[in-house]
Design a protein around this ligand. Structure first.
Ligand code: PGA
Length: 251
C-alpha cells in the first residue's frame, strides 16, 4: 500500500487537477498490485472523490471526530467524510498529537467509531527524537498500541492499518535507516502478535512513514516488516507515481 498524506496543501482546484493526473498516470495494472490512497485536506475531499470515482484509487481523510453530529465546532464526522466518498481515514498522526494535543485515548475513541461505520483506519504511531535518545522508543510505541487499540477485537484488527512514523523523520529529510525501521516495526509486529496472535500480526499491514522519497523507498519497502508507505511531501508531486511503481515491484 502507498498512502499519500497531502496535509494542509493544495486548494480544491489544485487537488482536482492533481487527482486527475494520478488517475491518468497510475494504471489499473499498478492498482491491481498496490493499494493506493490519497488523503487531501477535508475541504478538498469532495473534489478529489469526484475525479477518482470509477478508478481504483481510494480517498482518505486526514482526521475525523468520533460523533456523527453535534455541537463540535470545527470538527468533521466519519459519516460526513464517508458520505463524501472516503474509504480510509488517518488517525493519530503525530502532527495531530503534537500540534493539537491528541491523546492515545482520543485515538482509541476515533478508532472504535470509524470501525463501527466501516471506514478503514490508518493509525499512526511513532517516537520523538528525545524519546528515542532516552531509550524510550519501545515504551512509547507500546503505550500507543496498547492504549490506542484498547478494546479492539481480533476481527476489527484485520481492518486496521498501522503506520510507524518516527516523528524525527517526518518532513525533516532524515529518513529512518532500513535497520532502524525494521527494528521498530519488528517490535510493533511482535507486540501485535502478543496481543492478537502470530497469524493476526502477520496479516496486519504496517506502513513506514517519514521522509519517503523515490530514492529511499525501494530499500525500505523490500524489508519483510514493511508493507508500504505513508508519504507526506513526496505525495504532492510526480514522485508519488514513482513510489507506487516501486511498491508494485515488491508486491
Ligand atoms: P513526510 O511526511 O513524508 O513529508 O516526512 C510523512 C507523514 O507525515 O505522514
Amino acid at each position: 500500500m502507498v498512502a499519500g498524506n497531502w496535509k494542509m496543501n493544495k486548494t480544491p482546484a489544485e487537488s482536482r487537477l492533481f487527482a486527475g493526473k494520478l488517475a491518468d498516470e497510475i494504471s489499473d495494472e499498478l492498482l491491481s498490485q498496490v493499494d493506493v490512497v490519497v488523503c487531501p485536506s477535508t475541504s478538498c475531499i469532495d473534489a478529489v472523490t469526484e475525479v477518482l470515482r470509477g478508478t481504483r484509487i481510494f480517498t482518505g481523510a486526514q482526521n475525523v471526530f468520533y460523533e456523527d453530529f453535534g455541537a463540535y465546532t470545527g470538527e468533521t464526522s466519519g459519516l460526513m467524510i464517508k458520505d463524501l466518498g472516503c474509504s480510509h481515514v488517518i488517525i493519530g498522526h503525530s502532527e495531530r498529537r503534537q500540534v493539537f494535543g491528541e491523546t492515545n485515548e482520543e485515538v482509541n475513541k476515533k478508532l472504535h467509531y470509524v470501525l463501527g461505520i466501516d471506514l478503514i483506519p490508518i493509525v499512526c504511531i511513532g517516537e520523538t527524537l528525545e524519546e528515542r535518545e532516552n531509550g524510550e522508543m519501545e515504551n512509547v510505541l507500546e503505550r500507543q498500541i496498547r492504549e490506542g487499540l484498547r478494546g479492539i477485537s481480533h476481527k476489527e484488527l484485520d481492518q486496521i492499518i498501522i503506520a510507524y512514523e518516527p516523528v524525527w523523520a517526518i518532513g525533516t529529510g532524515v529518513v529512518a535507516t532500513p535497520e532502524q525501521a525494521d527494528e521498530a516495526m519488528g517490535f510493533v509486529r511482535g507486540l501485535i502478535a502478543e496481543l492478537y496472535g502470530k497469524d493476526a500480526a502477520e496479516r496486519c499491514r504496517i506502513l513506514y512513514g517519514g521522509s519517503i522519497k523515490p530514492g529511499n523507498f525501494d530499500e525500505l519497502v523490500s524489508l519483510e516488516n514493511i508493507d508500504g508507505g505513508l508519504v507526506g511531501g513526496a505525495s504532492l508531486d510526480e514522485s508519488f507515481v514513482e513510489l507506487v511503481k516501486i511498491a508494485a515491484k515488491h508486491s
